[in-house]
Design a protein around this ligand. Structure first.
Ligand code: ADP
Ligand code: MG
Length: 564
């Protein structure tokens, strides 16, 4: 292949611009990104070598090396992983294939602070090298290809890049950063080591650097030619809980989630029994920009006995928990498991059930905590993810009860944070049902004339204002034996909550108003199914209700808005 100059895809140019301009204040993350790519490349090789052991050639020990050259001002990150073919170099380092890129780009609007947070969420990847380098050269050879089919890719990170074929004996990739003026700190061993221990200690491969020796004569450190491992080099989730610090858990979360905020909670367990696996699961504090995309794959990575199998293994978590991030490492699954097989596997089913329970317990312990801070954390979680958790009521029958207990609403009693259990504990003597009203907004719900009688009697009504609430009501029919009843439907029977006098008054009114009602029925016959006297109004003269089992006015409005 002749040397070629190619242009970056438009999105890449945008990403490059954003990354180099918005992330300068946190520039050291480039090393985390490049180390993570090198580690991914080794994971991929290990996986491909299951079927093609010859790919390991004469170098079966996978590792990363980081070294620099102060004369040439270069910093190199080397791995002996899967490597890149020339075609792969062009497509992987010149375009962005990631799903959701377009959506992501459209969210970036030029607010620097917000952009930086979003970029963090998206994963800045390879291009972050240009924060500190004015040229990046990649030299690589893909496992399985002959030495003559190596590739050199080089770019200044502006409009285009060059590719050419080279001969390269070693399998794997060198990413060579030509450091910008003023970035000399990235040629200091202690600086590099401190960044590695901060971000990459959990990488399961050894990261090697050249040892430094004290030269007494010259009174300075000098680099030897002996390599030493500078990270812990064992997968974080495979370590015993007692050996992992909170800071390490937090850092690992950032690495896998690209979320710059700390997680809300995490759980780390080794599960034994019917199915054997390790789980390390995190609940994020903030919803990602594409939370609403139900097709978006989940955030849980699957490993089998420490070998990386796939990202986003959606079969491991129910869709309504798609915001959970983490790692599941199975001891039972075959290494060549495919997405299709995962869907059918009994082991996976056991893992999914076990992991769902873990996540729900994490949420329950926040929600039920006596500690105010924990409780607030739960409310914050609910504000971010509540609507998604509500999807669970229709999806996960086994956990319906537990889910219902986790739901929070507004009510005539409090503007937020009301659980169904709270509601039940405040029910009036003789009250059977949990009364609810669905509306577009809290203001509209509160102003509804249908609430008048409930206010007068001091009966609490849940105010449902979330778009999915109507749907929720169709799946959540009762809670602990109390039916959920919409006050906007049918003739709400307050039953034993009505005293004898009121009942008499209502009957008397119905008789007295019979002729009027008849005339109203007649004149509204095309527009209303029935007109009846009610005891539910206190100040208003009339209100509209729908029949039990009919679509509520609110839902009809929502459907109309969405063009149905
Ligand atoms: P991501 O890692 O999220 O896929 P990056 O921008 O970090 O995105 O990397 C883009 C792609 O470039 C990777 O998916 C991979 O295919 C390729 N790549 C990057 N670094 C290496 C490497 N050291 N070895 C092999 N392939 C690599
Ligand atoms: Mg990457």
């Amino acid at each position: 292949m002749e040397k070629q100059t190619l242009s970056f895809q438009a999105e890449v140019k945008q990403i490059l611009h954003l990354v180099t301009h918005s992330l300068y204040s946190n520039k050291e993350i480039f090393l985390r990104e490049l180390v993570s790519n090198a580690s991914d490349a080794c994971d991929k090789l290990r996986f491909e070598a299951i079927d093609h052991p010859q790919f390991l050639e004469d170098a079966p020990n996978l590792e990363l090396r980081i070294f620099f050259d102060t004369d040439k001002r270069t910093l190199t990150i080397r791995d002996n992983g899967i490597g890149l073919s020339a075609e792969e170099a062009v497509s992987h380092l010149g375009t962005i294939a990631k799903s959701g890129t377009k959506e992501f780009m459209s969210k970036l609007e030029g607010d620097q602070k917000k952009d930086a947070a979003l970029i963090g969420q998206f994963g800045v990847g390879f291009y972050s090298g240009f924060i500190v380098a004015d040229r990046i050269t990649v030299e690589s050879r893909r496992a399985g290809l002959p030495a003559e089919q190596g590739v050199r890719w080089s770019s200044e990170g502006t409009g285009d890049f060059e590719v050419e074929e080279i001969t390269r004996a070693e399998r794997g990739t060198d990413v060579i950063l030509h450091l910008r003026e003023g970035e000399d700190e990235f040629m200091r061993p202690w600086k590099l080591k401190s960044i590695i221990s901060k971000y990459s200690d959990h990488i399961s491969l050894p990261i090697l650097m050249l040892k430094e020796d004290w030269d007494g004569e010259k009174a300075e450190y000098k680099t030897t030619d002996e390599w030493e491992t500078v990270n812990k080099a064992s997968a974080l989730w495979a370590r015993a809980k007692s050996e992992v610090t909170d800071a390490e858990y937090q850092e690992f979360y950032k690495q896998i989630s690209y979320d710059s905020d700390a997680p809300l909670a995490y759980t780390h367990n080794r599960v034994e029994g019917r199915s054997e696996y390790t789980q390390l699961l995190y609940i994020p504090a903030k919803a990602p920009f594409d939370l609403w995309n139900r097709d978006k794959r989940g955030g849980v990575k699957l490993y089998v006995k420490r070998i990386f199998i796939m990202d986003d293994a959606e079969a491991l978590m129910p869709v309504y928990l798609r915001f959970v991030k983490g790692v599941i490492d199975s001891a039972d699954l075959p290494l060549n498991v495919s997405r299709e097989l995962l869907q059918e596997s009994r082991d996976v089913k056991a893992i999914r059930e076990g992991s769902t329970k873990r996540v729900l317990s994490m949420l329950e312990s926040l929600a039920d905590s006596e500690d105010v801070i924990e409780k607030d954390k739960y409310q914050a979680f609910w504000d971010e993810f509540g609507s998604v958790l509500k999807e669970g009521i229709g999806e996960d029958h086994a956990n319906k009860e537990r889910l219902a207990k986790l739901y929070r609403f507004a009510s005539t009693h409090a503007d937020k944070g009301v659980s169904l259990a709270d509601y039940v504990s405040r029910m009036k003597e003789g009250q059977q049902a949990i009364y609810v009203i669905a509306s577009d907004s809290l203001g509209a719900a509160k102003a509804s004339p249908q609430l008048e009688i409930f206010r007068k009697k001091g009966i609490e009504v849940l105010l449902l204002t979330d778009r999915v609430d109507e749907w929720l009501l169709s799946h959540l029919m009762e809670f602990e034996g109390h039916p959920l009843q919409s006050v906007a439907k049918g003739a709400v029977d307050l039953g034993s909550l009505q005293d004898e006098d009121e009942k008499k008054a209502a009957d008397a009114a119905a008789t007295a108003f019979a002729p009027v009602l008849e005339r109203l029925r007649e004149s509204l016959k095309d527009r209303a199914k029935d007109v009846r006297a009610t005891s539910r109004l206190v100040d208003s003269a009339a209100c509209i209700v729908v029949e039990d089992g009919e679509m509520s006015a609110h839902l009809a409005r929502l459907l109309k808005q969405s063009g149905q």
